[in-house]
Design a protein around this ligand. Sequence first.
Ligand SMILES: [Zn+2]
Length: 499
Amino acid sequence: MRGPPRGSGPHPPAMPPHPWTRYLRRALAAAAAAACAAALPAVAGVTMTDPDGNPIRWDLDIEQANVVQGEVTWFLDPRGVTEEPLGDVTEQDALYAAFAAWESLPGGQIRFQEETDRRATERNAKDRVNFISWRKFVLGPFTLAATFSASENGVLTDADVVMNDQERFVHWATTTPGTGGHADVQAVLTHEVGHLCGLDHSPVAGATMSYYIRVGSISGRTLEGDDASSYLDAYPPGLDTEHGSIVGTLRVGRRRTARGIPVFALDPATLEPAGCSFTDDTGLFRITGLAPGPYLVAAAPLADTGPYSTWWSASPARLEAAFLGAADPEAEDGVPAEVIVRAGVPVVAGEASLRKARRRGRRDPDGDPEHARGILLGAGAGGAFERALDEDWFRFHVDGTGPLEIRVIAWGIGSAADADLAVFDGAGEEVLAASFDQRPALDVANANGDAGVDPDPLLTSFDPPAPGDYLVRVRAQPQSGYGSPGAFYLLRIRPLGPP
Ligand SMILES: [Zn+2]
């Protein structure tokens, strides 16, 4: 179980309640290798936007009361937290560390300084004091913290951070490793400083800017590739010789408007997201701040528009998750294309059309070994859980006995699906290998350590006993989400090269 969702809260404008819409199902990657228009989307990375879709950020070149000599100022309320956090580190030092994490990103532009002249006693969207405080009665029980931002014409003018000071709801700690049942001050502040910079939540679950932060985890103290990617997009270095970007266009069926679809640049070996962006109104996306090298690109529905700027609520929900770039648009489950990123120039991922999720009837077309979907070695396939303990079966063929890697990514790209994975013999009877969670929450080293929990399953080296047909079962664990738009996954089976 993912534990109760612990967000670190909405930033204004307050998010309206959103309906949970339908489900999605299997995916397809129908991609044409057509060249993409040279146009770039207005919004990239995952930055906060105003109601018209304009990104909002600090203008470091224009002096205002809280931007002094190009540095964004902040003021920590000296009243502190009512219940002293567990651990030896002060809230102030945790805050310094949170700012330092963003300042130390390679190519990062923002510098911060403590406000020494202008004080404030309460949050105020108009006083241009970036006020950071612990407060009771501002935030609900499931919200650890929230950043309240104000902007004019796309330029941030004020950002106040409120940390939840109700002991009934939140206990705080600064210990390393983290302490179970206690939210980590530095991790949560690092997230809020991301909002203070103008970044929105990220669907990448392992990112510091993810909406969900596991209480007891300190993994949010360090920034992930995805955090850096959005940040570098919002504040691009003048001449960036270290990073490149991927651009492309997505459509949903024949629809041109496809705003708010998350697109991920994935490490081809680990499928870890290195960057994420949302498509704009015309389906364009741009993922920036990527280290040179190969990537796979995948798209998925936005499981829940609630945690994001309201602009993204037009995101289509009934959509199949897919790797992009299968050469044959008719192929059901294609081999994802590698995109090679080079420093300095955007590389075009091409144009892809995503499938709308089909509504499934009572029948489950791939719910048993007899009806398993075929998947090629090296290929990826999308799927989704529609019911509790849902099972999806895949069949693959091997000509040899070399080791295979079988991987599911779901949680990592913002899905509520929690899958387990098992390989069966060709008759679907004998289990040859199985995997539950890569980094289980039951292991304290994950739950409270740097790396964090990763509930996506992985079989690192499956050695087929003989050439022939095998079956893979992807199954919803008892606590998995299902039915909603959020319970999608991507499966990939690939031969491992010689070590
Ligand atoms: Zn947040």
